[in-house]
Ligand binder design. Structure first.
Ligand code: HEM
Length: 446
């Protein structure tokens, strides 16, 4: 279907979070707020509605964005009518903490160890501000501060600064944020020339999705339309443990890099193993026209990129085509991950005690068939790839009992006793409404 016949995305109403192209590098801040008083909460939303930015442009003209989202408890605190609350996706209503065991948040990652108040009924509103530099971020943060000061019934309960390095690399050393689906009508280009744009309804509510249907949407329509579900997870990365694990198993530094690349599916530079199976090619990693121009169909056994590598699990591309029962396009997502905490100095093998990692952010119309499906079926559990005992080697809930198979000729290599490299510090399921919906929330008179 030609683009012009698609229902037009209301980019002026859709908040920046999911579709707006971020500056690179950037600095950012997440705030979580609690609404103790309903009237103050609505006043907060009225003010935030005026400063939230949209997907159309960088409204402020300086690449700064400000996105607002609500938890289920937040919508309750604002007095959203019961019938409307009940129309939200069941996973969202339950909240991430209730889904923890299913998501693999066990042991060190289980909610009893989460950073308070994440996962509790005290987290109501999430605000994300992003800017190309600290001065402009402060200006945006000041606007947010003005929105909640002098409102005694609203308090900031959690705050996290974050950033993206100019290299795009995150704490394990890998460039991230390369693979991203394009959304019809968003104006965002596809990162992969092999992947047609997704129907808008896969990401934004109120539009047909890949099945040709309108995804289930909260009611009334003014509340649901142009909204998107958001998954927010603070993921601590055990960088020293990861480096030591590779050092102890590799015969040389080059092999260390290779084993790391096999776990991720890309070299640290971002060059995909599918195109550079034997050694890193930094120019390829840096070339946005080429670094996502690949599929896996010519490598069914994973000699170039292991079937169990993180990025191949998270997006198996055409590798699932033979199976026929799985449509990869129903399990795509917009990722808005970002770094927090200082990087561990290069070469350091001992932990310095600093908290560092990734704020993983998902945006999509389907919490269950997108985020939860990928996390539970593809990352935590490898049955679909015929290796039932293996989990994602980098981000899976490993406990030193599982391993990672690297297909190789004449014999495969198996890394044993994988420890957990990533620990969940907390998270929330949120809903980022459109601007009209925010006005509706502010004007509730229940
Ligand atoms: C600390 C945790 C994580 C780290 C360090 C991490 C790291 C990475 C890296 C380095 C890449 C390759 C770069 C790219 O293709 O953009 C990647 C890709 C990806 N990751 Fe993660 N990731 C983490 C958690 C997750 C989680 C929890 C999910 C989903 C539930 C996820 C989904 C994806 C997806 C969909 C891709 C893109 C694959 C593609 O399109 O080729 N990641 N990740």
């Amino acid at each position: 279907m030609p683009e012009a016949t698609h229902p037009e995305l209301e980019l002026d109403d859709i908040q920046a979070g999911a579709l707006f192209e971020r500056p690179s590098p950037y600095v950012g801040r997440y705030l979580m707020l609690r609404i103790a008083d309903r009237a103050d909460g609505r006043e907060l939303v009225r003010r935030l509605h005026r400063i939230a930015t949209t997907s159309r442009t960088n409204d402020s003209g300086d690449d700064t964005s400000l996105t607002v989202a609500f938890t289920y408890h937040g919508l309750e605190a604002l007095g959203v009518p019961r019938q409307s609350l009940d129309s939200f996706a069941p996973e969202f209503r339950e909240g991430m903490k209730a889904r923890a065991a299913l998501l693999g948040d066990v042991g060190e990652s289980s909610p009893e160890h989460w950073e308070p108040p994440l996962g509790s009924a005290d987290v109501h509103v999430a605000i994300a501000a992003l800017s190309p530099d600290a001065a402009r971020l402060e200006a945006a943060a000041e606007k947010a501060r003005r929105a909640h000061t002098e409102l005694p019934g609203v308090e900031v309960v959690w705050r996290q600064d974050c950033y993206q390095l100019a290299t795009g690399r995150t704490s394990f050393g890998f460039k991230d944020g390369i693979g991203q689906p394009a959304v019809e009508g968003s104006g965002r280009p596809s990162t992969s020339p092999r992947e047609p744009s997704l129907k808008a309804g896969e990401i934004i509510l109120g539009y047909p999705d890949e099945t040709g249907e309108l995804p289930p949407m909260p009611t009334p329509e003014v509340l649901g339309r142009n909204g998107t579900y958001v998954v927010f997870r603070k993921l601590h990365t055990k960088v020293a443990t990861y480096r030591r694990y590779l050092r102890n198993r590799a015969a040389s530094r080059d092999e260390e890099d290779l084993l790391g690349a096999k776990m991720v599916g890309r070299w640290q530079s971002g060059a995909p193993l599918a195109l550079a199976p034997d050694h890193d090619e930094p120019e390829l990693g840096a070339d946005a026209r080429r670094n996502n121009d690949f599929v896996f169909g010519d490598d069914p056994r994973g000699f170039k990129c292991p079937v169990g590598a993180h990025a191949r699990r998270a997006n198996p591309r055409d590798a699932m085509d033979q199976d026929g029962s799985v449509d990869v396009r129903l399990h795509r997502m917009i990722r808005r991950g970002t770094s927090y905490g200082p990087m561990l100095p290069q070469g350091a093998l001992e932990d310095d005690g600093a908290d560092r990692g990734i704020i993983f952010v998902f945006a999509g119309a389907h919490l269950k068939r997108q985020f939860e499906f990928v996390k539970t079926q593809w990352l935590n559990d490898g049955i679909f790839i015929g290796a039932p005992l293996e989990k994602d080697p980098l981000v899976g809930p490993n406990d030193e009992s599982s391993g990672f198979t690297i297909p190789r000729r004449p014999i495969r290599r198996r890394l044993q006793n994988l420890p957990p490299f990533v620990v969940t510090r907390g998270g929330e399921y949120c809903f980022a409404p459109g601007l009209r919906a925010m006005r509706w929330l502010a004007e509730l008179d229940t």
